[in-house]
Design a binder for this molecule. Structure first.
Ligand code: SF4
Length: 620
């Protein structure tokens, strides 16, 4: 009888070609930290000395799977964990597709890559056959060009590839890792860490099976999930299936949480061109999905007219509609699709790129950056042709692109002239497309997220706007701060547990019940669990580990805040006039820290760490 785990951790030191080894996965460790985010958080905390430069060979990049990966359980991704060069915080970044499943079939729960190769290499993992191979001929290729070359080189069409583009090679601090063309582990600069190691790609092929504790129970649970998705219309399954994440654009625009012109406002007339209907009309051709996903929220398409005609492209996901689209005042849906495609090919995180371009456009509007600074480009809001030029300049660190490649926090510091007042980031990570004025719970979630301004740690926007209760919780009022710490704490534990199981969060809105997560976990591992025990046993423990990691790096209360723009009154929309005041921020933080058992600076107390079984961290 199995328990879902492959049972091995693969360790590779690129500085020493002969340094490849495997350790058995310690089942006590697995039972305590679950997988995905949990494994990555504990391993990074233990392996990396505090204050290590993210580009040091000592900073590992880890490919992490979980117990459900490669089983019948639907919608499982994998994650990359490292210290972020953009924020210096803990960083976990996720991708769907089927790379994670292949890695598990090759026999590994985790691959830890440290060191730095002397020249460009790629890593070939075919079951037990592990090779570090020359990649000098691949260096310079974009993420789309590399797949065919690499697959034919390893003579294995079914192999799965994860790679970086020119941005990762050039150490752009928000470079992504691309996975089999259509999926990206985007945030926090994992691609730059790979680039710093001269690691261009990882190619994997696995032929082993995964055995689980109770196959019949797993099969029944998967059937129940499909049934729940089919019968309900109170969740978003039909909407997400038909329209993908762009189906959220109308809600976000109507409720004024969609960034416009570098977050100057949170609603815009151009949004309706960019939603699911606009994209379907212009370029969508057919749907596709990740490994074992019954939802298939993604679409493949081709631009049919204009200068980018013939470009094969993906759905422009909600975040990129909000950041490369409305945030830059780009209302041309074909140009938007091309800009996302360009970011993917160059290997740039499109969320951060949309922020950086919006920031540069505002600098241009205010006369702080001129055409001369931009090599002759007119970078007025909405100028999508020149936006493409700027994106290329960033990826290749050309001209002003060299400053912007450092991320908006460092760019604003370098440019000065008051630009820090409209650099939209939290702890150095640029904000997602959920502008928080009018939803203070979203603001608190961004302030306290463990990798900086991130919506994937908690994003209670729907619960706030509709005044809904969370499981075991209570309804709150939209612009009130009352109850928001409780709401955010619940959701942070919920996502920490889900990301340790590596469940796709889009799928989590499609009808799967919270109890199903626990049931899938128990069926696979054979360990008893309920939804509530997943949160209290794993979610809270894992959240405290990442907080301790960041604390050790020097992050504390003063860093848990919002950018100055969100302290200005919101110009329009249902929550017009709302802004974050220092008083509200402090009240929310006081309550949030106290309910978490942290001290007033936001450090987990010894008692809390011991209660969570993290005794070894209690003296740090
Ligand atoms: S819901 Fe979409 S992103 Fe999530 S697993 Fe399915 S296809 Fe992939």
């Amino acid at each position: 009888m199995g328990n879902g785990y492959a049972g091995k951790i693969l360790k590779i030191d690129l500085s020493r070609k002969d340094e490849i080894s495997t350790d058995p996965l310690d089942m006590k460790f697995a039972k305590k930290f679950l997988g995905g985010k949990g494994f990555g958080a504990k391993l990074l905390y233990d392996l990396l000395p505090p204050k290590t430069d993210p580009y040091s060979p000592k900073n590992p990049i880890m490919y992490v799977t979980g117990p459900l990966t490669g089983t019948l359980a639907p919608c499982i991704r994998y994650c990359l964990v490292t210290k972020s060069p953009l924020t210096n915080t803990f960083n976990d970044t996720y991708a769907g597709g089927d790379f994670g499943q292949e890695l598990k079939y090759a026999g590994y729960d985790v691959v830890i890559i440290s060191g730095k190769a002397k020249k460009p290499v790629y890593l070939q993992i075919f079951d037990d056959d592990i090779q570090i191979k020359d990649a000098q001929h691949l260096w310079g290729l974009n993420t789309y060009e590399i797949y065919d070359v690499l697959k034919s080189e390893v003579n294995e069409k079914t192999a799965k590839v994860s790679c970086i583009g020119p941005a990762g090679e050039n150490l752009v601090k928000f470079a992504l890792v691309d996975c089999d063309l259509h999926r990206q582990a985007g945030r926090g600069g994992a691609g730059a860490v790979m680039g710093s190691k001269n690691l261009k790609a990882v190619v994997v092929r696995g032929t082993n099976g995964i055995s689980v504790a109770d196959y019949d129970r797993l099969e029944k649970e998967v059937q129940k999930i499909s049934h729940d998705m089919g019968i309900t219309d109170k969740f978003f399954a039909p909407k997400l299936q038909a329209g993908g994440t762009p189906a959220i654009v109308d809600f976000s625009n109507e409720e004024a949480v969609l960034p416009y012109k570098n977050f100057q406002d949170q609603t815009s007339d151009i949004a309706e061109n960019l939603n699911d209907k606009g994209q379907r009309k212009s370029f969508w051709l057919r749907e596709y999905g990740c490994f074992a996903c019954p939802l298939h929220c993604s679409k493949i398409g081709m631009i049919k007219k204009g200068p980018y005609k013939g470009t094969v492209c993906d759905t422009v996901e909600y975040e990129n509609v909000g950041l490369l689209g409305t945030n830059c005042a780009v209302g041309n849906v074909d140009a938007l699709a091309y800009s996302q495609n360009l970011c993917d090919r160059l290997g740039l995180d499109a969320i951060t790129t949309g922020n950086i371009v919006g920031f540069t456009m505002e600098c241009f509007e205010k006369g702080i950056i001129t055409k001369k600074d931009l090599g002759g480009l007119d970078l007025s809001f909405g100028n999508w042709k020149n936006m493409m030029e700027l994106i290329n300049m960033i990826a290749y660190r050309k001209g002003i692109g060299n400053i912007l490649a450092e991320g908006v926090m460092r760019a604003a510091k370098k440019i000065g002239k008051g630009t820090e007042n409209f650099a939209i980031h939290i702890k150095g990570l640029e904000s997602p497309a959920w502008a928080p004025r009018g939803t203070p719970g979203v603001g608190l979630a961004l302030m306290t997220a463990d990798r900086g301004g991130c919506h994937q740690r908690s994003n209670p926007v729907g619960l706030e706007v509709f005044g809904l209760a969370w499981p075991g919780g209570y309804p709150t009022e939209r612009v009130s701060i009352k109850g928001k710490p409780d709401l955010v704490i619940w959701e942070q534990h919920h996502y920490a547990a889900l990301y340790s199981l590596l469940m796709c969060e889009i799928f989590s809105h499609a009808g799967i019940t919270n109890e199903s997560y626990a049931s899938l976990f128990s069926a696979v591992t054979g360990w008893d669990a309920t939804y509530s025990s997943l949160l209290s046993e794993y979610g809270e423990r894992i959240w405290n580990i990442t907080r301790m990691f960041n604390w050790r790096e020097g992050f504390q209360r003063e860093h848990d805040t919002v950018p100055p723009r969100f302290k200005e009154p919101l110009p329009s929309g249902p929550a017009k006039g709302h802004k974050f005041t220092d008083e509200d921020i402090n009240k929310m933080l006081d309550e949030y820290y106290s309910k978490r058992g942290w001290d007033e600076q936001g450090k987990p107390t010894k008692e809390k760490l011991i209660e969570l079984g993290l005794d070894s961290m209690a003296s740090d």
